[in-house]
Design a protein around this ligand. Sequence first.
Ligand code: PEP
Ligand code: MG
Length: 329
Amino acid sequence: ERNKLKRLRTARTQTLDGEDVQLYANIELPQDIDQVKEVGAAGVGLFRTEFLFMNRDDLPSEDEQFEAYRRVVKTLADKPVTIRTLDVGADKQSRALRTFSQTSGGRTEPNPALGRRAIRYCLAEPQIFLTHLRAILRASQYGKAYILIPMLAHAHEIEQTLEMIALAKQQLRDARIKFDDTIKVGGMIEIPAAAMALGPFLKRLDFLSIGTNDLIQYTLAIDRSDEAVAHLYDPLHPAVLRLVAQTIERGNRAGLPVAVCGEMAGDVNMTRLLLGMGLRKFSLHPAQLLEVRQQVLKSDAAALQVAVTRLLRLDDSARIREQLAKINA
Ligand code: PEP
Ligand code: MG
């Protein structure tokens, strides 16, 4: 049993019919990196940076942020670390950011999940965003870092974000501080509008990562943190599945790497469904990695593609569940 587990930690992740699959880890704290190495992840597919901004009254300095990101990037050396820019607001409230905000001063948001969270906040607070970006860019010098932007919906948000990254780079150049000038920039697909109008994402970004937690929330109009409607939060709703499948297919066709980094990627009951949609890159909690790897190792990607294409035509949730149970059997 021990040997079997050890083999799983080092095994190349491949389906029965020889398709390579990459399993990345999601982390929320720099110290999570130990577990990432232990399970033999291909890298970090989602490094949530909110931890630096939570439970405190002041903002982290550029150096404090830089040190935290560098620690992770350096530890993984040649493996990619995908650093997501600040996703505050909604379910991730930060007292410090509200206090220091130039523009929201004491205002209570009528609907935080639909309000100024994530990239919307960052674009509204350019100084905070630039400091954050410079810290990430400086860390990119010490290994292989990628930048991931949350909650994009509009083409002009992509453009504005790329301009801010260019500006942060220029500031570092002016100060003669080194960074990886070729750093890749990706976008999270977690708003239905983004999944349905993918053109600007495919054209302007280097990779995509599907955030199913929010994609489900916004597709079904279910607050992900509200217990009273939790029973309606359904990853298998046909509308959700189609948005996920469409995004994977269009990304693959355009030759852009596509990952899923929401909870769906770590649910072993979803592994075959996602493989059948064409997904080859999963990012999940390190504790779920070995189980998902085991499932990939005993799956046939070509057969799954046929079965899942058929499942995606169904509109009836009960029948979708029935088909999925057969696929997983
Ligand atoms: C998601 O929305 O699926 C996601 C991965 O990001 P978070 O859960 O941090 O919003
Ligand atoms: Mg999200």
